[in-house]
Design a protein around this ligand. Structure first.
Ligand SMILES: Nc1ncnc2c1ncn2[C@@H]1O[C@H](COP(=O)(O)OP(=O)(O)OP(=O)(O)O)[C@@H](O)[C@H]1O
Length: 243
């Protein structure tokens, strides 16, 4: 389904060490310890308000920790660190790009912003590798479905050579076919050595696509599991007992 690997990867590790975040007197994240190694897909589950987005925002440097630290390859990173800018990409729940520009134009624009210049053939390779149908490559994004936008967003992350990809609720609102395509794409991204962390409410998807699963409750990581060691049914039961 997908083309050849587009980059040769180094091995990148993302870590939170005793990471906490307070909003005023409210502790949204408490002493989080979490590691995502190269090739792993870490799925964070938890009810609304459990602290998943806070965790992602801390990794991205959108907010600063109250305590603790974030490491990329064992090196501590500050909010505006170059390591973060170079190696992290973020796929939000709804990928916001330029609606009046085509998929190729958006990809070209955001690649250039990140310092990468590609030929049109190469840009098309990225879009193909992320599963965007050829008939959509030159169409304005305004008419794209959520799943199509997501593919362009992921193509941008790949074109920017991101080693670590963070996603927030990537399968919410996707139809089953788009979810299946997304799952295949994420598995491929991980198989190429990227480290992937996603916040999700989709228990079935977490088991089918994740390598590791964390369940959060009120800012604390209560359970960490290997996806290969639990069925979707058992995970659902554990999740319901936890929350
Ligand atoms: N800027 C903020 N100021 C004050 N409180 C905040 C702020 N951002 C988040 N919170 C609170 O921190 C807690 C964790 O929120 P967070 O968005 O991380 O949860 P979540 O697990 O991502 O939830 P959801 O599944 O709804 O996205 C919530 O109680 C939320 O109300």
């Amino acid at each position: 389904m997908f083309g050849p690997h587009l980059f040769t990867f180094y091995f990148f590790m993302l870590q939170a060490i005793s990471l906490s975040k307070n909003y005023g007197s409210y502790q949204a994240l408490k002493q989080l310890n979490l590691t995502v190694n190269a090739g792993e897909v870490y799925c964070l589950l938890g009810q609304n308000g459990a602290g998943k987005t806070t965790t992602i925002n801390l990794f991205l440097g959108f907010i600063t920790p109250s305590e603790g630290k974030i490491l990329i390859n064992n090196e501590e990173v500050s909010a505006a660190d170059d390591l973060r800018r170079q190696h992290l990409a973020y796929i939000p729940e709804v990928v916001m790009l330029y609606g009046n520009l085509s998929a190729i134009e958006n990809l070209n624009y955001f690649s250039r912003l990140a310092g990468f210049e590609y030929t049109e053939d190469k840009l098309i390779d990225f879009l193909n590798a992320c599963g965007l149908q050829a008939s959509a490559h030159r169409k304005p994004l305004a008419g794209f479905s959520k799943g199509m936008r997501q593919k362009v967003g992921i193509a941008i992350a790949v074109a920017k050579d991101a080693k670590i990809i963070l996603m927030d609720e990537p399968t919410s609102g996707l139809d089953p076919k788009a979810t299946a395509e997304f799952t295949e794409l994420v598995k491929k991204l991980a198989s190429e050595g990227r480290s992937i962390l996603m916040a999700t409410h989709d228990i079935f998807n977490a088991v089918s696509l994740g390598t590791h699963i964390g369940i959060m409750k009120q800012g604390t990581l209560i359970h960490t599991l290997k996806a290969s060691e639990i069925s979707a049914t058992d995970l659902q039961e554990l999740y319901l007992q936890t929350i």
